[in-house]
Write a new protein. Structure first.
Ligand code: 9MR
Length: 356
């Protein structure tokens, strides 16, 4: 029996048909055998300043997401002012080059400007969230077809009684903020793919297991309430020293798929601070972690897109939090610091290729 049939069969999920019927959206290719679009989180300053970076993006990507630019602290220097310069430039670049965009993100605990601390009541929080969604989603209506509406809503160590991560939105509005954000985004742009994006699902740890359970409870509750939701973004910031829990991740994906949700891999990279120094060995481990992660998802249903968080080791967020003790540069991404493909890039090529 094929592994995918095994996983779906074990769960009794009639997932393929359900998902195709539930979301016959333009561009939706649930469990498609076609090539999967690949993309990366992009920094608009580098597109302008580094010709090699720009060339690499054009050579490898079909899909872009701003690494920043659409976050609150980028867009909202003051309560009454929006700055759209960066996303405008990135979208113009994407459109000029026939690339698709994703939007990241509308409601998040982090990346909030200081002035938002003056929001102190539920009414003010709802008003601010709605104003933000109306303005940002409205501005890019029809040009950003897929949005990470809520990012990282589940807490790092979710307790049964307290699964949600503290944030301005959670603290003032409660868990209902997720549903409100989804509904408002759908109202502003009914064609947009609504995505909940999160991380920390893929290792054989109690923490990951608790996170999967809490996330599934949140999604199930949203579905029970008939909230609009189309896809789940699995970020995939993989700790290089940890195995992938293939069975656990496949089951998780099967549960989501069984609820009619598409899967996107949104922020893949492999955090290599605890991996061996030898770069050949390190690159192999990085590639193998990425392969296991993608295969565990693909065993159930091929994702609609795969994006890495950055493209080249030259420009990555990883050393901000996970620099190596031996001071060697991190190598978390598919291209090395000179934009040459590493084994990780071959994994992506193999995985995203059409299968029929
Ligand atoms: O890579 C991003 C970094 O440049 C920003 O400073 C940071 C704060 O906005 O966010 C990083 O991206 C995060 C993403 O938005 C959500 N998932 C985790 C990513 C890495 O920290």
């Amino acid at each position: 029996m094929h592994r995918r049939q095994f996983v779906l069969g074990a769960l009794g999920a009639g997932a393929s048909a359900g998902s195709a019927l539930a979301f016959p959206r333009a561009g939706s290719r649930a469990c498609s055998t076609a090539a999967i679009p690949f993309g990366a989180a992009i920094r608009v300053d580098l597109l302008r300043d580094d010709p090699d970076y720009r060339r690499a993006v054009l050579a490898h990507c079909q899909l872009l997401v701003g690494e920043g630019g659409l976050k609150w602290f980028d867009l909202r220097p003051a309560a009454d002012r929006f700055v759209f310069d960066h996303p405008d430039r990135l979208i113009a670049f994407a459109e000029a080059n026939g690339l698709k965009m994703r939007g990241h993100t509308l409601a998040w605990y982090a990346g909030m400007p200081k002035w938002t601390e003056t929001i102190t009541t539920r009414q003010e929080a709802e008003r601010a969230l709605y104003e933000h969604i109306d303005t940002v989603v409205g501005r890019y209506k029809g040009r950003i077809p897929s949005w990470d509406v809520v990012n990282e809503a589940i807490s790092d160590n979710p307790a049964i009684q307290k699964p949600m991560r503290p944030s301005l939105w959670q603290d003032l509005i409660g868990t209902r903020h997720v549903e409100l954000a989804l509904r408002r985004t759908a109202a502003v742009d009914p064609k947009v793919q609504l995505v909940l994006n999160d991380f920390g699902f893929e290792n054989p740890t109690l923490q990951c297991r608790a996170k999967r359970a809490a996330f599934l409870r949140l999604v199930k509750d949203l579905k029970d309430r008939d909230a609009p939701l189309h896809a789940i973004g699995l970020q995939g910031h993989l700790p290089g020293e940890q195995e992938i829990d293939r069975e656990g991740l496949s089951r998780f994906v099967a549960e989501l798929h069984g609820m009619g949700l598409a899967i996107l891999v949104t922020e893949l990279d492999v955090i290599d601070d605890k991996l061996p120094a030898d770069t050949v060995i390190r690159d192999e481990i990085v590639a193998s972690r990425a392969r296991s992660f993608l295969q565990a998802i693909g065993d159930v249903c091929r994702p609609e897109a795969v994006l890495t968080w950055g493209l080249s080791d030259r420009h990555t967020w990883v050393p901000i939090w996970f620099s190596r003790k031996d001071k060697m540069p991190n190598r978390p991404l598919p291209l090395d610091a000179n934009y040459q493909p590493k084994p990780f890039m071959q994994v992506i090529k193999d995985f995203t290729r059409a299968t029929s």
